[in-house]
Design a protein. Structure first.
Length: 343
């Protein structure tokens, strides 16, 4: 279905392009942004519809003029109708954006969990999608032998693209002498051609959709040829070698890639936390703890923010983005706006 149809799920649009397009929308009439967790394995219709109704309550609890309240009611009705029209949830979670004046009607199924929120603001709220682009890195698994090259890109928790390339490598011959030597040269030539075509395909994929890492699998001889033919930029992305059967089922490959990614992230996170703690103890450019960190965020001094998973603390935030804190203030000390309570 096409993104232009009202409430139609976007299934074929490139994720990064969609986020970029949404970022260009701004209207003082407001854009309703909704992120809804609808895990098909556990969620029943009554459950996620009730969760949706709960998302609307904080929006209508705000002090709104009649025009803004009417606009909000209209967009909430659009989103509610879309959800009630599902015969089953379209994804692991769903991001939705609605604004009549801005001609925005986008429903984006997501194959990963996301925290349920709803916001009505002049711009679409895209931070959860931007975070997903950083969290779910694009991996490419390449299973390569003398006859085949199977290429699978994994992104946002699922298979993005799968391609099988076939070589023209000649079969073995029982003939000896010059015949055997000629066959050997032909096989070597065709193996190099097969590797060259595979590298060209990988290079084109990386140019159009940059990959974070490559995972290579296959017998030693053809893999060595493949690696030798890679340009430096592509070779630098080879992160791991793993055993993957050429005709393994795709979900098993996705699971393996996810486990490799998880192990890599754990190593990277440990190194980053150790670096931050050391820098903070030296009095350098790092902050630890809720108070000092939120103060740095409010002052715009944060280049990278590191948070433990599933750890939250009640606080307040300025609706204009000027202030964050865990205290019980009522008004923003920067602009005077009434602060929103957050979980």
């Amino acid at each position: 279905m096409q993104p232009g149809l009202p409430g139609a799920p976007v299934e074929e649009s490139r994720f990064e392009t969609l986020v970029h397009d949404l970022a260009g929308h701004r209207t003082e009439d407001g854009v309703l942004s909704v992120y809804l967790d609808v895990d098909p394995a556990t969620a029943q219709r009554e459950g996620y519809e009730a969760a949706l109704m709960d998302l609307w309550k904080p929006l209508f609890a705000r002090a709104l003029d009649d025009w803004t309240r009417g606009r909000l009611e209209y967009e909430v009705a659009q989103a509610t109708d879309v959800v009630r029209g599902w015969t089953q949830p379209p994804g692991r979670s769903v991001a939705m954006f609605f604004s009549g004046p801005a001609a925005v009607r986008t429903v984006l199924p997501l194959q990963f969990p996301i925290h349920s929120i709803a916001r009505f603001e002049p711009r679409p709220v895209l931070s959860p999608l931007v975070a997903a682009l950083d969290e779910y890195r694009r991996y490419c698994a390449v299973v390569f032998d003398k006859e085949h090259a199977r290429i699978i890109t994994v992104f946002l928790g699922g298979v993005e693209e799968e391609v099988m390339l076939h070589s023209e490598v000649l079969g073995r011959t029982a003939a000896g002498g010059w015949g055997q030597a000629n066959y050997a040269r032909h096989r070597e030539f065709h193996l190099h051609e097969h590797a060259r075509r595979t590298v060209e395909h990988l290079w084109a994929m990386d140019r159009s959709r940059p990959m974070h890492s490559l995972i290579i699998s296959g017998p030693d001889e053809p893999v060595e040829v493949l690696l030798r033919m890679m340009p430096p930029g592509l070779a630098s992305k080879v992160a791991d070698h793993a055993h993957i059967e050429m005709f393994a089922v795709t979900p098993d490959i996705v699971k393996l890639v996810s486990s490799i990614d998880a192990a890599a992230r754990e190593r990277e996170d440990g190194e980053l936390v150790a670096e931050l703690v050391t820098e903070a103890k030296k009095g350098g450019r790092a902050a630890l703890g809720w108070h000092d960190t939120l103060q740095a965020v409010g002052e715009g001094r944060v280049h990278k923010l590191v948070l433990p998973e599933h750890v939250t603390r009640p606080g307040v935030q300025c609706p204009e983005g000027h202030f964050l804190a865990t205290c019980e203030l009522k008004f923003c000390p920067i602009c005077g706006e009434r602060l929103w309570e957050t979980d």
